[in-house]
Every structure is written in C-alpha cells, then in structure tokens.
Design a protein around this ligand. Structure first.
Ligand SMILES: [Zn+2]
Length: 294
C-alpha cells in the first residue's frame, strides 16, 4: 500500500477538462519540502512525494480553483491516519478556548431556529465529525445527532463521549432533517459526488450547513511574486478544492439546494460591527446554510 498521486480528470465543479495552471512547485524541493516538513513534523516519507508536484489550476469554464494532482486512495489514508499528528489534533480540541464552544453553540442555535420541529424530533448528521465536539454540543441542545467519520480513532473517542457514530451512510432515504459539514468539502476528491450521496439521505425541505475555508483572492495572491505555501484555502495535500461563496453555492445548486439568509442579529450597542457581519454573512462568507426545495 504505497502512497501515490492521481490526476483529476476534470473540474470537480463543472466537469470541464480545460484548465490553466496558476502555480506549480515540486513537493520535494524548497519551499514546499520545507513547509511540509515543518507542518507535518517530518512524518511524510520522502519517497511518497519524490517526483510529484503541487499544482493549483483554475477551470477555464467555471473559474473553480483546485489542486491537480491529488493523493490517491492510499495516499489519502496515509495522510489522514499517519502523517497528520492525531494526538496533537485531539489536544487542540481538548485545550480549545471558550470561543470555539461559543461558536458551536451559536451555529447550532441558528440551525434550530431554521428547522421545522422541536430539537428532539430533528435528526442531524454531522459529516466528517472528527473527535465529535460539535456533535456533543448539538446533542446538548436536544438534537438527535449522528456523527459520520472515517477515522476509527476519532469514532472511538466520540463514541466514548456518548455520540452516536457511524462509519457508513444508511441506504438512500429521508433519514436526516439537517446535514452539517465543517471544514470537510475542501478535502474531498469528488465534492459533487459526496454532496449527492448526502442529499440522497436528506428529508424534503431539509437543511445543509456547509463551512469551508474562504478562497477569495487566492488567484491574485498566486499571481504575485513571492507566494509561499501556508495554511490557507489551498493548503498543500489537504485543501484540494478552493471554494468561494459563489462556487460553494454553485456546488449546492447541483443538488437543488438554495442558500438561506441567516436571521438578522443587529443590536444598537454595536451597530457598525453588526452591519459588517450582516454583509459578510449574506454576501461573502463560505459558511452557508442551504435548504433543499421540498
Ligand atoms: Zn469548472
């Protein structure tokens, strides 16, 4: 089971085959090798990357920015199981500041306001649950939550914390009133196919809440001289799809999902910052709640 790379045959968003290269850097030479070595603490074996290049392309038809090539199945497995430091990832959650939990609670309370029934009647699937912290918060708000996660270690941890956990989706049907995916779709080799699979398990009129890194301005940044890899929307190996609000809405439209405007949250005491947040929520952010047309 050797980790390798695979080409993407077409644009993950519109399936066009014609694209332009925005950036190309060898994985095994500086600055990329230096970045990967520091970020993954030297855990990537040299032979896994030798002879391959980090390449960011823009689809000539729809403008979507994505990485091509990407790791193949074995490579993805190695990345998420072995190269990423799981103990460190868990520790980050265990030592998180109160702000993170306030954010989770805020997201969940906003979702509950948009859902058609009382929390106990609402079935929520967290797709890519990780260690289960969001699922636990959703549970504490009374929702009927299931966490989907591929990594066994994370599933075991979440299960021990009382989360209902699955490693496979149920057969198609109206299983869930709400799907939540936080920082997941930027990692998926075929995000459109994954969203289709998820929506086949969504009740009519159900909600889909997707949060991805914001790729606004990445094209311009890549065109400037002196660009170097960092933890952003085109993070090497991991953030293989670079969404903007526009392309995220296009992805969702393919499944009959329409973006919802978040409820107004203006207060006289902080009107200016409130307005700024409203504009961002409505027109800019890549955190979007969608509703499927009933
Ligand atoms: Zn495209």
């Amino acid at each position: 089971m050797e980790a390798g790379f695979q080409a993407r045959q077409c644009c993950p968003l519109c399936r066009a085959e014609d694209n332009a290269t925005l950036c190309e850097l060898a994985f095994d030479e500086p600055p990329m090798a230096t970045f990967l070595d520091a970020f993954y603490h030297g855990s990537i074996p040299a032979q896994a990357l030798r002879g391959h290049s980090y390449r960011v392309v823009r689809c000539r038809r729809c403008g979507f920015i994505y990485q091509d090539p990407i790791l193949d199945d074995n490579g993805m497995q190695a990345l998420y199981q072995d190269w990423i430091d799981n103990a460190r990832s868990l520790r980050k959650k265990q030592t998180a500041k109160a702000k993170l939990f306030r954010q989770y609670a805020g997201q969940i309370q906003s979702l509950i306001r948009l859902l058609p029934g009382d929390p106990g009647q609402m079935r929520v699937l967290e797709f890519g649950m990780g260690w289960g912290y969001w699922s636990r918060m959703a549970q504490a708000h009374g929702l009927d939550v299931t966490g989907y996660e591929l990594a066994g270690e994370r599933r075991d941890y979440a299960r021990a914390m009382g989360v209902k956990v699955v490693s496979e989706l149920p057969p198609p049907g109206a299983h869930y009133d709400c799907l939540y995916a936080n920082q997941v779709f930027e990692h998926l080799p075929d995000p459109a196919a994954s969203l289709r699979e998820l929506c086949a398990r969504l009740a009519p009129g159900g909600l889909v809440y997707i949060r991805v890194p914001d790729g606004r301005g990445i094209g311009a940044r890549l065109a400037r001289r002196g660009w170097s890899p960092e933890l952003d929307a085109i993070h090497p190996l991991e953030h293989i799809n670079c969404f903007t609000r526009k392309t995220l809405i296009e992805l969702a439209a393919g499944e009959g999902l329409k973006p919802l405007n978040p409820p107004l949250r203006l207060h006289w005491g902080s009107l200016l910052s409130g307005l700024r947040r409203e504009i961002s929520d409505r027109y800019l952010t890549t955190h979007v709640v969608f509703r499927r047309e009933p």
